[in-house]
Structures are given as structure tokens and as C-alpha cells.
Write a protein that binds this ligand. Sequence first.
Ligand code: NAD
Length: 250
Amino acid sequence: MEFKDMVVVVAGGAGGIGANIAQGFAREGGITIILDSAEEEAQRVAREIESGGGKASVVVIDATKEEKVQDAIAGIAEKFGGIDVLVNSIGWNKVLPFMETPESIWYRSVELNLMVTVRLCKAVLPYMINQKFGRIINISSQQGRRAAPQAAPYAASKAAVISVTKSLAALTAEHNIRVNAVCPGVVDAGLTKQFMKDSPQYIEEMLPQTPMRRICQPEEVASVVMFLASEKSSYMTGQSLSADGGTVML
Ligand SMILES: NC(=O)c1ccc[n+]([C@@H]2O[C@H](COP(=O)([O-])OP(=O)(O)OC[C@H]3O[C@@H](n4cnc5c(N)ncnc54)[C@H](O)[C@@H]3O)[C@@H](O)[C@H]2O)c1
């Protein structure tokens, strides 16, 4: 079991992608903590993990509140004796043409995609530095690597997540902490359902741009996240790996 007894915090672990990530780590022996504002969904994911023989706990907080994040992370570190892996899978998007996008949508996108990630990284790093071990994986997006005229605030905030990943990787490498990002394409998960409400033709428009001509399953994001948390990627930090069916080839 690759992550046996490692303490894994999955922020956004009640969501479509985050739940799969939490389940993946739990299957590999991780003690998974689902940190999310959606209590009912988080409890459901934890029950599923436990019914499969895995270990799971739930921490319900609104991650836009800095003090709550600090307290929650301190509580987890104290209860479980540290934090080994943090996965940042909280995210939000609103599809709107650029000229019709009010500033409030820009601020909310920056808050829920960038600042929540920054805040959680900042909260876990003292514990990871102290234990001289840590793995952080930030979920960015293919939209952070390309033009997204219908979702400019989302794309800009996801591009910023890639940038912060690099800065933190450089800052923390000497402490045996690795920080990487994953850039999924269109995933069969929560945010896509939201995109579809705003823009019903979204998948039809995206598929011709996707060489593999299908959308991504959440498990296909989880496996890349687990690779980046594992020793299989022991010489990788500051990287952003795409799981997008070949849409963006760097
Ligand atoms: N679904 C996609 O197609 C897709 C593609 C690329 C990247 N992503 C990224 O993957 C991540 C997960 O996406 P998803 O599709 O699973 O979305 P989702 O909406 O299913 O999951 C997001 C989770 O974050 C939680 N959350 C939101 N605001 C919060 C807050 N303030 N405090 C605590 N928790 C909060 C939600 O309750 C939810 O459980 C996001 O960062 C998203 O941007 C998704």
C-alpha cells in the first residue's frame, strides 16, 4: 500500500474529482481527511471510504475564512500527528462572455480558485517543514494554459495556481516538500455540470478540440495526483501535468 498511514488532506474532497482522489488515497492505505463546506456530501464520501475498509474523517469549513483554515489544519495536524499530503481541489467557475463579466465574478474566481489554494498551502507548510516531508498537489485546469474567452476569470485564476505551484516548489524543495499541479481537461464531475447549466453546448464545443474525443473520468485525474504524491515522481517539483486528452500539448 503506497500511502499506508500517511495523512492526506483533500480540500474539496466532497466534490466529483476530490471524492475520487480521497477514495484513491484511502484504497492505498492513506488516512484521508475530507475538508469541504458541503457536510452531507463529505459525510457520504467518508462513509463510502469506510465501507470499503478505508480510513476517512470529515472537516467541514468554509475555506474562504483564513482563521477557520488555520484552525482546521492545526486541529488535523494535532489529531493525526502531522500532514503528509495536501490536495487542493476546491474550485469555482462561471461561464460568461468577457464584456458581460462583472468584477464580482473576477473576485470570486480569484478567491475560490487561487486564494483558497494559497491559504491551505500556507496553513500546512509549517507542519510539513517541521516534519521535513510534504507533498502538495494543486488542481489547476487546462483553462489555465489556454485562451478561455467565455471563462476568463477562471482561466486567469487557474493560471495563477500554476504560478504559485512553481513559487512554492522552489521555496520548499530544501525541506523535502514537493509541490506540483494537475491540469485536467473536461471532467465528468461537478464543475462540468455547472458549466453545462451556463453553457449547454459546452461539451460539444470542447470535444472537437480534444484529440482523444472523450471527456475525462475523475479517476483519470486521481491517478495523476497519486503519481505526484508518490515516490514514482521523486525528482519532480514545480510541474503541471495535463490530464486533458491531448488538448494542450506543451
Ligand atoms: N470538472 C471539470 O471539468 C474540471 C476541469 C478542470 C479542473 N477542474 C478543477 O478540479 C477541481 C474540482 O472540480 P469538480 O468538478 O470536482 O468540482 P466540484 O464542484 O464537484 O467540487 C468542488 C468542491 O469544493 C467545495 N467547495 C467549494 N467552495 C468551498 C469553500 N469555500 N470551502 C470549502 N469547500 C468548498 C465544494 O463543496 C465541492 O465539494 C476544481 O478546482 C476545478 O476547478 C475541474
